[in-house]
Design a binder for this molecule. Structure first.
Ligand SMILES: [Zn+2]
Length: 111
């Protein structure tokens, strides 16, 4: 079931409580609440900067690349040679140019 509910969490809790007081089965609503809480946890993790390993599906490719780039050694200079395509650049990320770094990270991500 999708967690796309238009209720706020408190409204959902109220709904569960009123459903329970009407002695209906609230199990499915509780399931929804668990999903909402899981989404809150993921959002909180993102805000706190918890590593993407904990939330791999939430990362876009650009976010993944930005993060890997942030973790990589960036070299600035003149005539730096990319160790993959061997062209010259004014900066390298982990010894590779932007294009090769991107291709390299994406191939790492896929495997
Ligand atoms: Zn390159």
């Amino acid at each position: 079931m999708s967690a796309e509910v238009s209720l706020s969490k408190n409204e959902l809790i109220d709904l569960i409580e009123s459903t329970e007081s009407a002695s209906c089965d609230a199990a499915c609503l509780r399931g929804l609440l668990a999903e909402v809480e899981e989404e809150e946890r993921i959002e909180k993790s993102a805000r706190l900067g918890i590593p993407p390993e904990a939330r791999p599906e939430e990362m876009t490719i650009e976010e993944y690349l930005a993060e890997k780039r942030g973790q990589s050694h960036v070299e600035h200079g003149t005539d730096l040679e990319c160790r993959i395509c061997h062209d010259k650049f004014d900066h390298l990320i982990s010894g590779t140019c932007e294009v090769c770094f991107r291709g390299w990270m994406l191939s790492t991500k896929r495997s």
